[in-house]
Design a protein around this ligand. Sequence first.
Ligand SMILES: Cc1cc2nc3c(=O)[nH]c(=O)nc-3n(C[C@H](O)[C@H](O)[C@H](O)COP(=O)(O)OP(=O)(O)OC[C@H]3O[C@@H](n4cnc5c(N)ncnc54)[C@H](O)[C@@H]3O)c2cc1C
Length: 384
Amino acid sequence: MDISFSEEDLAFQRRVRTFIDNNLPTGMALWTKRSEWFKALADEGGWDVPKWPKAFGGPDFTPTQRYIFDLEMGKQSTPPQLPFGVGMLAPILMNYGSEEQQERFLPGIRDGSVNWCQGYSEPGAGSDLANLKTRAELSDDGTYYLVNGQKIWTTLAHIAHWMFCLTRTSSAGAKQEGITFLLIPMDDPGVEVRPIITLGGSHSVNEVYLTDVKVPVENRVGEEGKGWTYAKGLLAHERSGLAGIQNSVMGLEKAKSNARKVAVGEASLMDLSSFKHKVGVLEAELMALEFTEMRTLARVAAGGDPGPESSILKLKGTEIQQRINELNLEAAGIFAAPWGPEAFGPDFAHGATQSYLGGRATTIYGGASEVQKDVIAKNVLGLS
Ligand SMILES: Cc1cc2nc3c(=O)[nH]c(=O)nc-3n(C[C@H](O)[C@H](O)[C@H](O)COP(=O)(O)OP(=O)(O)OC[C@H]3O[C@@H](n4cnc5c(N)ncnc54)[C@H](O)[C@@H]3O)c2cc1C
């Protein structure tokens, strides 16, 4: 495995750094000038869609360039794009969608004018996703599907214009067969979105009820009954993306700096050996995870797939995110107790509890930790 950067890679890293220095808005402008930032990225040669291939306007980064790009962007906390369109649906459309679907949907995904949500999970189908029951029945004249069922935990459904949705068109054969991938407009009168307020007090997930929703056949991606294959193909990439390693590197530095501000006797919380120990263990695990990511990249660079090792990235990456939240909670101490908009104590204490509680979800979504452990046991360690 070769994980050192070549001269070209180092030159690319300098280019990314210079680009960020010249273009990233600072302070509040980071939010008000968001669209200018994405425009500058696009003008640089498709950097607004770093994972897209050149044929669709992306930069065709090598895996190492992509790593460097994510590293530098993560270090500066640049504004993220919503993942569902650019990161999840777009690759499915590129690989399995018709030319008409690509022309119709990719521009709105890219410029952020059309929001998407992911309608996979159902009350009886989470880890066991293939158990999904939402029915899509083809009309007698073969022009539309009539969709009935319920989705749950649908992130940002309340602001989405469209949902990409796994539906059941047949119950014959294995559960994985008979699943069809449909694109459903959220403004259809048969679509009802009900909010779910999570432990952290935020509204990001929803229930979505589908009642007699008529979906034209031209909104079916690929073949009827092949939706499982399309959705599954991208899971390894999705899992690698959820590790959030660069954010954790930055988050841990911030947690250390917060702890230095908390007085404990004559010293600070950061000087306490029990706290230092937790930080040290996290730093070592984060470094190990970075190398695991580089190993995965080296394999992709050599023409392979990310493979089941992406489950290690998802499992450890999300555990580390939660432990960083715990350090912040510890540093905030009693000031983490107040709930709501009023702030007490140091700045970093405000919202620490919400982040901690909200962060519990990271080891559930994108495939729960127990399921990742199963994948690692069977497909990485070869245990049966
Ligand atoms: C904040 C949040 C956002 C989400 N966003 C979306 C979204 O946008 N779109 C979408 O479609 N879904 C979304 N989900 C759903 C998510 O993918 C599921 O919650 C997840 O797959 C787990 O399914 P479940 O909740 O049904 O739990 P279950 O599958 O019922 O699992 C319950 C428990 O049993 C354990 N378990 C299950 N199977 C096994 C097994 N084989 N071996 C060992 N243990 C097992 C699990 O690890 C878990 O601890 C989101 C979830 C959350 C929390």
